[in-house]
Design a protein around this ligand. Structure first.
Ligand code: AKB
Length: 313
């Protein structure tokens, strides 16, 4: 039987591009987009869409039954910056959404689940460069705590109930189709809008703060490859890396394309979050287990972003 896929959170930064790519692969009618709010025109027009509140388990079940869904990609989360402002709400949404899906998978209603983790699971005690798959994992942010708890719950549901749940620890993701919201790595997207509109950008992180980042196409390919890979016996939330840069290095890469571009720095509370995260990621395990490889480098990403945004802003 062909897979019928539900993406929950299809109006967000990752969800938007995931829907479009999955529809290309599996056919428009086999990929159902869903969110609490409307998505972009392409997502809304190219296939089925359902309004869905992920905290309501019976509503989710109704959508699963209606479309005979077999696989769910749960792309809903309150990200690092907003989570610090409202810890309880972030904890409740990030956990309730995951529990709803894991419970429905435990009951056999969903056959396969993708749930995103993040480099935010790592904390100030974690080795900063080439951060290993298995290492000290003691997050100091609300978002990181919820992602680590989520990883542990996924591992529990897999070992105890045999739920097929798969995860990646995404780095900062850079894309132009939908803007991110509420994350610490968002500067690496905002900068492109400002570079085109004003030829200058004031960054909320210090110039030398290096973080792991990835172009969205690579993140989407990683996600789909993992879901198509042979099933492991144990649960792993895989490290995946592409490139790392500081705001200053990203500014220099943009300046190669827009010579007038200038940058300033006005670090705020987001600096403290960034300082607890790794600078680069060791993704040997993902390479070994399912052939992960990033294709887009920093300079290519900059060119693609500038070209893509020229058409949209
Ligand atoms: C954030 O900055 O909160 C996210 C993440 C790294 O998970 N982009």
């Amino acid at each position: 039987m062909a897979s019928k896929i539900l993406i929950i959170g299809s109006s967000g930064q990752i969800g938007t591009e995931l829907v479009l790519k999955l529809r290309q692969i599996y056919g428009n009618d086999n990929v159902i987009a869903s969110d609490i709010r409307k998505g972009n025109y392409e997502v809304m027009e190219s296939g089925p869409f359902e309004f869905l509140d992920v905290t309501n388990r019976s509503d989710i079940k109704e959508v699963l039954d209606k479309h005979k869904i077999t696989e769910v990609y749960l792309m809903v989360a309150i990200l690092s910056v907003i989570a610090e402002q409202n810890p309880q709400k972030a904890w409740e949404l990030n956990m309730a959404s995951l529990f709803n899906i894991l419970e429905l998978a435990k009951d056999g209603i969903i056959k396969k689940v993708f749930w995103p983790s993040s480099i935010a699971v790592f904390g100030p005690d974690t080795p900063k460069t080439n951060t290993p798959q298995d290492t000290i994992i003691k997050p100091s942010t609300v978002y990181g705590i919820s992602k680590l708890a989520g990883e542990n719950w996924c591992a529990y549901y897999k070992s105890k109930y045999g739920v097929d749940v798969r995860s990646l620890r995404y780095p900062g993701l850079i894309s132009y189709k939908t803007t991110p919201g509420g994350g610490t790595t968002d500067y690496a997207v905002e900068i492109f809008y400002e570079a085109i509109k004003r030829k200058s950008y004031t960054c909320f992180l210090e110039e030398g703060t290096v973080l792991p980042m990835m172009y969205m196409d690579d993140a989407i390919n990683a996600t789909i490859s993992l879901m198509e890979a042979a099933l492991r016996d144990d649960y792993i939330s895989y490290n995946i890396g592409a490139f790392s840069f500081s705001p200053k290095e990203l500014g220099a890469a943009i300046k190669k394309q827009i010579p007038e571009f200038t940058m300033g720095y006005k670090p705020d509370s987001r600096q403290q979050i960034a300082e607890t995260w790794p600078e680069s990621i060791d993704d040997t395990q993902a390479k070994k287990d399912w052939g992960w490889e990033a294709k887009t480098d920093l300079d290519q990403m900059v060119i693609t972003m500038l070209q893509g945004l020229h058409y949209t802003i």
